[in-house]
Design a binder for this molecule. Sequence first.
Ligand code: IPE
Ligand code: IPE
Ligand code: MG
Length: 241
Amino acid sequence: MSREATAPPELVIPRHVGIIMDGNGRWAQKRGLPRLAGHRAGTENIRRVLEACVEFGIPVVTLYAFSTENWGRPPEEVRGLLALLERSIDRETEHLHRNGVQIRHIGRTDRLGPLFCDKIAQAVALTRNNRRLILNVALDYGGRAEIVDAVRRIVSDGVPAEAIDEALFSRYLYTADLPDPDLIIRTAGEMRLSNFLIWQAAYAEYYSTPTYWPDFDREELLQALKAFTARERRFGLVKQT
Ligand code: IPE
Ligand code: IPE
Ligand code: MG
């Protein structure tokens, strides 16, 4: 990951990319393997994609690792997937730290177990001064839960109704000091957000690829960035001629 940012000069680099890492189960099924083998391949793929993000000079990346809805999967899949994610924190933190990556967590922590939470807190503390890339790990994350949390904190802070506007509301979200995502990538072909960054992605560009997450590589990321570069973002305005 030591390469300097080397995005081809014609690419427009988003300030923040969100990635919905989907298709681990189908990747495994296609190979006649158990779903957990897909999750293993999926967690192992994170390093390769983050290296490409650093190479292209993307400043902020949010990875959707586990949703508030994913608790509803069979208990052995939930246990296995969370164990794999916990292990990737063990395995990757030092490497990410050496490469200037600041690790953050967005989502709830009360259901993850104290050991897992400690590991997350340690990774966050160790890497807090890194500036090359901010990696947000969305783990036990749900956009609606995030909005409900924000409303609760606004109320408990006694903020008067007339002081509440979009800027204030954004500051109460988990992503308070970060730019909104410019690009949301979803692997495995589905055309939905599945409760990911639903407030922040209001004006994001969407890119969906049929490739399953474990096969998503640098070249696929480059394709997504090229598609983003070709988009005309209008933000509700009329095109200037
Ligand atoms: C993505 O892969 C991982 C998580 C949602 C946690 P899936 O497990 O959703 O894979 P598919 O969608 O069943 O193929
Ligand atoms: C979204 O994928 C959640 C993550 C990638 C963590 P899902 O596989 O859970 O989404 P749905 O069920 O297809 O909407
Ligand atoms: Mg899925």
